[in-house]
Design a protein around this ligand. Sequence first.
Ligand SMILES: [Zn+2]
Length: 559
Amino acid sequence: MEYQVLARKYRPERFQKVVGQDHISETLLKAFSQERIAHAYLFSGPRGVGKTTTARILAKALNCINNDDGNPCNECQNCKEIATSRSMDVLEIDGASNRGIDEIRNLRELVKYTPIHSKCKIFIIDEVHMLTTPAFNALLKTLEEPPPHVKFVFATTEPNKVLPTILSRCQRHDFHRLSLEDIMTVIDEVLKKEDISIDERTKRVVAELGDGGMRDALSLLDQIIAFCGNNITFDKASQILGIIPSSLYFEIMSSIKEKNRKQMLETLQQVYSQGYNLTEFVNGLNQHLLNLLIGSVESGDKLLVVTEEISQRYLEESKVWNPKDLLRYIDLMTDLETKLKIVQQPKIYTEAVLLKMLEMDSSISISDLLSKLSERGVPSNRTKPTENKTYPLFNMAESSKRKDSSSKPVSVKDSSSPKKQSNIIEKKKKSKESKTKINKINIEEKDNLTEIKSKWGDIVEKVSENGTSVGLFLSYGELVDLRGKRLTISFPSKYRFQMDSVKKKSSAIEDAIKKTVDRTVKINFIIEQKKSMKTSVSQNDDSPVTKRVLELFGGKIIE
Ligand SMILES: [Zn+2]
């Protein structure tokens, strides 16, 4: 007997047998019972979900001699001819290879002739969106006034590419992607008839790889049967399908958790040596991360599309991961997926990204960090600090809260104008009432820094008047701190030369500051400290608290 692929051998022959498209089958059957068959149908949906199958059933049902309930009998001459593509009255045209105007003109010629043995002449055009615009226009003329014996069935995966004028003349049916359960049920049925055994895990993987399409799933099954024979096991099937076993992903994640570089590189080596596709590996790892994330939510096991055994493993593993970290990893993997298409050395790049994941430390929330700070002996603002020791972290928070308030910054030491002085007195009163002294000084220092910052342009300009390059160089620096009279300007390490040049002109700058904001300061130059990726802070803000926290812990803000 001639070998037939499963998808053809078990092609549904009745509307009800088309899996997962009940909404369409029911509508079409009703149309038959009410004798309201449209003259043109458009079937849209992903590949391999039953569009052309339904089109054929429809063609058979229209021309079947024994059609009584809407379904074809599949026994009569007409049904048999259509099933074997020999019918003179049913023409299947592939829109991808017959996309020009000439082909459509031929079609228009054919339309004129009445059917030979049947009621209708039926044109099934697959991938109709591939037609050229002139071809569409030629088709439109036929669609506008079709002879009563002519029916059209168009199938497309991209309905958005079909001319709206065509769309409006068709009855449109949208086919759905098939659920995993639907595909698995069909696999069961088919293999039962073929007398082939399969384990649950492989069945699920095949259904998954079908990605919502029955045809793809059954083609894979053909391949597996050819390789494994009548007893399909996961170990054997995974060899041919290039399925990356989830154990590999679990291994990768455990090496990340344990910061075991050697194990990580060994696992990667396994991926290469077994010939797995790198892009598929990265996609799979991303899915794995997502599964871990799903496993961490309540009843997550019900949402996981994996076997019971693997699902349990995800639930267990997800307990050791911080969801925030998983999200960061997913970010990295998603980025890697895109970059793999463009980088010259995808293998090296992948290794680098995975090692980066390994080196990254856990996310930690700001509140956790603050409590860590107090553990390290940094008192909260409720405790009384000693006079010389200030912990600006909390005071900065205060001052940042005040940022938007309308009150202008006021300096205790500033006695230049009587108005300001009265402000000071008022301010002092308030301060006595509510705030600790230390708080107040820090707020003022912060405000004074803000004042200098706001006038910085003028100051730099004044310095530049001396005809030196010092103004230009100064602009590479950043005002970072003011404590008492000590004003700190920080320079990125690559601008060390500029900083040294500026340093020599310190007094000129201090003069300019005195002239501009009437403050006496002593400038302290520092080289910006490189921030290492020790700790990541999972709160995206640039408030002084965060800055201070980052200073203390050398972290990185993540979104
Ligand atoms: Zn029939």
